[in-house]
Design a protein around this ligand. Sequence first.
Ligand SMILES: NC(=O)C1=CN([C@@H]2O[C@H](COP(=O)(O)OP(=O)(O)OC[C@H]3O[C@@H](n4cnc5c(N)ncnc54)[C@H](OP(=O)(O)O)[C@@H]3O)[C@@H](O)[C@H]2O)C=CC1
Ligand SMILES: O=C1O[C@H](COP(=O)(O)O)[C@@H](O)[C@H](O)[C@H]1O
Length: 577
Amino acid sequence: MATFSPSSSSSSSLLHQRTSIPPKQCYYSRKFSLQQSTKRVSAIHLHDGASTKKVSPVKADGPATILKDGILSMPSVTLPEEAIDEENSTVSITVVGASGDLAKKKIFPALFALYYEGYLPKHFTIFGYARSKMSDAELRTMVSKTLTCRIDQRENCGEKMDRFLERCFYHPGQYDSQQNFLELDKKLKEHEDGRVANRLFYLSIPPNIFIDAVKCASTSASAANGWTRVIVEKPFGRDSESSAALTRSLKQYLDEDQIFRIDHYLGKELVENLSVLRFSNLIFEPLWSRQYIRNVQFIFAEDFGTEGRGGYFDNYGIIRDIMQNHLLQILALFAMETPVSLDAEDIRNEKVKVLRSMRPLRVEDVVTGQYKSHTRGGVKYPAYTDDKTVPNDSLTPTFAAAALFIDNARWDGVPFLMKAGKALHDRRAEIRVQFRHVPGNLYNKNIGTDLDEATNELVIRVQPDEAIYLKINNKVPGLGMRLDRSNLNLLYAARYAKEIPDAYERLLLDAIEGERRLFIRSDELDAAWSLFTPVLKELEEKKVLPEYYPYGSRGPVGSHYLAARYKVRWGDVGSEQ
Ligand SMILES: NC(=O)C1=CN([C@@H]2O[C@H](COP(=O)(O)OP(=O)(O)OC[C@H]3O[C@@H](n4cnc5c(N)ncnc54)[C@H](OP(=O)(O)O)[C@@H]3O)[C@@H](O)[C@H]2O)C=CC1
Ligand SMILES: O=C1O[C@H](COP(=O)(O)O)[C@@H](O)[C@H](O)[C@H]1O
């Protein structure tokens, strides 16, 4: 073990102060401000000039404290031995299903962005694995064509891309072939070159072959002396039973702490910021309850249909595709109680608790829709069922709205509304918090007749154009006394010059670093499915007809009736959004 014991040092000198860390390493902290604000030493980042590695202290003797003039006093922390041994360890990342859409669109670009920014460890190798026949050179050509990520306009991008591609390789193989995975293992070993070998497998394949691939990877290509982790993509089953069966099968080959169930919405910047906003600002946390909040809305909209993914989508539908995972995860983060710390288990414990306090969704609290063909400006937009991979008589919802409730002391009676849809008039993901009326408001008569319009609303716009804004009532300048609604607006593009990383970058880095906070634990998943499984079964058994809405419209009118039943008006509708 190595001991690190700086004390009473400024944060900049802290970066270099150490006792028994080898001289070429210094401290670099991606999350330094987080550590300061939590006043706990939960992680330390080691940086050797080329790469960064996060380590958890084995032991911290006490909390960090901020003294006068920003001087930071740190406790003595004990680091694990592997933390100081970057030279002798390596990480191999195998993208299983490398020829597929997600790998090309998201995973390889995210890995390149991490490399470009210096976040990957010094020694790393990337392998693509799939059945398609490809050489290393062909994989590199394929990857280079799809590196259309945020980095590609940057300085030295071409040069860095060449360096990155030199470290990408390909192995063709079947997903259920131990022999093919043994061959992969052999190649990985050659690249690992006798170092401590850590291996990350990213399962970017259809769910019906997850288990075959996990079985082969774990039995024939696990790391011999380092860690082995597996990132599993959604869908995690299609209901409680199939999800539990998937978990059982995964656990035949992996421990829970090796399984990284990804929900990429948890990696989005504004979703990460939700806890910061709430727990580090005095003005929000005291208002975060039924006393002040009338309703909360989670809205997801896409202005395109299921084009190209109809085959997958028809078996799942929008409730499983977006609500049960992305929107529910955001809801859990929004509504959970204060966690004991920012450690993964403390956060996930709170998320499970709030999910388990929720009422299973009732069929009368759901509205479903499906888009139909629509011609606008001479262009004909297809119906969902025009997709050749979708049956003509499919009832699969491409839109749903739902009202959910949390039966605990904080949220009793507050409607949590969700709305998700494809082929709508715009693309957005946002959280809207509508506050109650001001009691005995002196200015009621200056507001007009619609008091609901005049309540405060906090909007967290996850995408596009990331922003946080608060709608307030304000006096219109002039000699009269007229109020209007104005926004206190934090528009990220105006406030921060830095680009926002893609969610997959954050999540891949976390998986490499063993940070589980943004990945879904099996009990969270069980709780999430318990809420949606009964209603999904009922909708399917009763063959409930979706309400048809034109491609490019605002979706079924039924969603407004549902909201009105709970005295809610969707915040994304109307002139001022
Ligand atoms: N694409 C996206 O935007 C998103 C995808 N996901 C999830 O990520 C995973 C991968 O998605 P995506 O890349 O779109 O998937 P693809 O359909 O593109 O499949 C990935 C690869 O798996 C192999 N494959 C496809 N079908 C089969 C099959 N029936 N049997 C065996 N192998 C098959 C193919 O490789 P080969 O033939 O070379 O072996 C293919 O290139 C899925 O679980 C998906 O649900 C999650 C969120 C978004
Ligand atoms: O998981 C999924 O997410 C995408 C939307 O992701 P975004 O990051 O582009 O907002 C959605 O299109 C897809 O249907 C779903 O499977």
